[in-house]
Design a protein around this ligand. Structure first.
Ligand code: AMP
Length: 292
């Protein structure tokens, strides 16, 4: 059974009750239209906390005027069935008016530097919208742990940093990317793809894997990056946005392979932009260390 709250006050008071009984709260923020990727975060929250809770809120602050806010897919009944199945007991599903009464917020949260490149370059106001709503949700929920997918790797880095910078007492937990059988990272936006684009979309994961293989065989970072670019360029329906090898914490591009790095990639398929990422394999780090 899932208790659905459209009121912040009622959600907060339900969680206050749980905490008074000494129960730990694990939180999964989402924009709904849930798939197995979201469900994996919920399973982790339910396994690691006494109470698992989620939010379903399509946050207008993180969409630019020309983006897909009005067409973003929604299916609340199905979402709630998935929440129940994964052990989530309370869901916050507020209206925009409930979250932002009185219109545009005057107080926003911005995270510098790590938001400038990649998603931040393509979507200049996106991360301020994400950081603001996540901070607000942390304030509403007061979770001990909060679960985010590595699928949105830059977002995970931004949320980790904001919790640390603002001393929010929450442990931000990153969870592995859940993929379709052909390697495409699950995303609510995959429904926008037509048949040909859907068939082409696994090229992102293929490019990442080819780059990881190149890294393992000792190729320098520039070559590893070029492997991703060439693979995506070979797919007529994909238009590359970025492909980079970065430090996983600072998100700065690296010149040399080393520990704690990530391959980031994004491309357009028609009007749909998809992103993906992969850890630089540890063996690649070892082999480059051997050569130095
Ligand atoms: P969204 O509803 O797209 O805002 O995503 C909500 C959360 O689910 C975010 O932390 C995402 O990173 C995570 N998520 C989305 N897709 C996946 C996936 N394929 N695997 C793991 N986590 C995911």
């Amino acid at each position: 059974m899932v208790d659905v709250h459209d009121s912040i006050a009622s959600f907060r008071s339900a969680l206050d009750d749980e905490r008074r009984r000494g129960r730990t709260v694990g939180f999964v923020p989402t924009m709904g239209y849930l798939h197995d990727g979201h469900a994996s975060l919920m399973s982790a929250a339910a396994a690691e906390n006494d109470v698992a809770v989620a939010s379903i809120f399509v946050n207008p602050l993180q969409f630019a005027a020309n983006e897909d806010l009005s067409t973003y897919p929604r299916d609340l009944d199905r979402d709630l069935a998935i929440c129940a199945d994964r052990g989530v007991s309370h869901v916050l599903n507020p209206t925009v008016e409930e979250m932002y009464p009185g219109g545009p917020v005057l107080t926003t949260v911005t995270v510098d530097r790590i938001t400038r490149n990649f998603e931040g370059a393509s979507r200049p106001e996106h991360f301020a919208g994400v950081a603001t709503v996540v901070t607000k949700l942390f304030s509403i929920v007061g979770p001990g742990r909060a679960y985010f997918g590595e699928k949105d790797f830059q977002q995970l880095a931004v949320v980790t940093r904001l919790a640390s910078d603002l001393s929010i007492p929450v442990q931000v937990v990153g969870c592995p990317i859940v993929r379709e059988a052909d390697g495409l990272a699950m995303s609510s936006r995959n429904v926008y793809l037509d048949e040909a684009q859907r068939a082409a979309a696994p090229v992102l994961h293929e490019a990442l894997r080819a780059a990881a293989t190149a890294a393992t065989s000792g190729a320098p970072a520039t070559d590893v990056r070029q492997v991703m670019i060439d693979r995506v360029d070979s797919e007529a329906l994909a238009e590359l946005d970025y492909a980079e090898v970065v430090d996983a914490t600072t998100l700065e591009p690296v010149d040399d392979l080393g520990p704690g790095q990530r391959l980031l990639i994004a491309a357009h398929f028609g009007r749909t932009r998809l992103l993906d990422n992969l850890a630089v394999p540890v063996r690649a780090v070892d082999s480059s260390a051997d050569r130095s």
